[in-house]
Design a protein around this ligand. Structure first.
Ligand code: CAA
Length: 241
């Protein structure tokens, strides 16, 4: 049995591609999901990867969910914080609910998950944590003060956690995807995509979820132990940092 990897938001979009790539790479994979039972059942039927339902914005739910995964599969050695939502809107029209939903699901979740695996990783002197941030956490995006703040927050969080755990065999890294062809990006109005997004991508296309999964595989490898606190951008050249 390979190392146990847990992917939040793992049954759809980038998360599903990450789970499939990890499984193909010999990892023992668990996918977390929050709400879409139908998609989760279809994902498990297709891949054989078990899906575990809990809300990553809820600390106690993360604690219980991780305990369940560990009871079934063994200690979590690889954590991929992928779960995320958008509630786009200009700040002058944004409700507190839109703000808090995104901060809770995209950023507080990273604390909730990491806090509940870090002690075990430290005891075992091995861990790989990868968080899926976004180009919009690096450059900012109109209509996304909430999302840009959360995604930038993941980067700072990861740099701090990387330093805290460097001597413990635990690496903590971030991937910043650009616009990937998932449901999340396809929810952006087509005219906005055509007028404001696609022309900004030198490659001239959206990315594929598998292109992000490839970055995850690279970072979680046992051989990647010297790479920590780093950010990989995979955005088709849209924003160079
Ligand atoms: N860049 C430049 N201009 C933009 C723009 C953008 N990305 N998005 C909208 N605009 C422009 C519009 O064309 C419009 O200009 P005009 O008045 O000249 O026509 C003006 O801003 C106002 O836009 P709307 O009429 O759409 O205003 P709205 O209040 O109804 O909605 C909005 C504003 C919420 C920003 C909406 O346009 C929107 O959803 N934009 C997309 C935001 C976005 O890129 N989200 C990324 C989602 S994918 C993701 O988050 C994954 C990831 O990690 C990359």
């Amino acid at each position: 049995m390979g190392r146990v990897a847990l992917v939040t938001g793992g049954t759809r979009g980038i998360g599903a591609a990450v789970c499939k790539a990890l499984a193909a790479g010999g990892y023992t994979v668990a996918a977390n999901y929050a709400g879409n039972d139908e998609a989760a059942a279809a994902f498990t039927a297709e891949t054989g990867v078990p899906a575990f339902k809990w809300d990553v914005s809820d600390f106690s739910a993360c604690k219980a969910g991780i305990a369940e995964v560990e009871a079934k599969l063994g200690p979590v050695e690889v954590l991929v914080n992928n779960a995320g939502i958008t509630r786009d809107g200009m700040l002058h029209k944004m409700s507190p609910e839109q703000w808090h939903a995104v901060i809770n699901t995209n950023l507080n979740s990273v604390f909730n998950m990491c806090r509940n695996v870090i002690e075990g990783m430290r005891e075992r002197s091995f861990g790989r944590i990868v968080s899926i941030s976004s180009i919009n956490g690096q450059k900012g995006q109109m209509g996304q003060t909430n999302y840009s703040a959360a995604k930038a927050g993941e980067i700072g969080f990861s740099k701090a956690l990387a330093q805290e755990n460097a001597r413990k065999g635990i690496t903590v890294n971030v991937i910043c995807p650009g616009y990937i062809g998932t449901e999340m990006v396809r929810a952006v109005p087509q005219d906005v995509l055509d007028k404001h997004v696609l022309p900004q991508i030198p490659l001239g296309r959206l990315g594929e979820p598998e292109e992000i999964a490839r970055c995850v595989l690279f970072l979680v490898a046992d051989e990647a132990g010297f790479i920590t606190g780093s950010t990989i951008t995979a955005n088709g050249g849209q924003y160079l940092i």
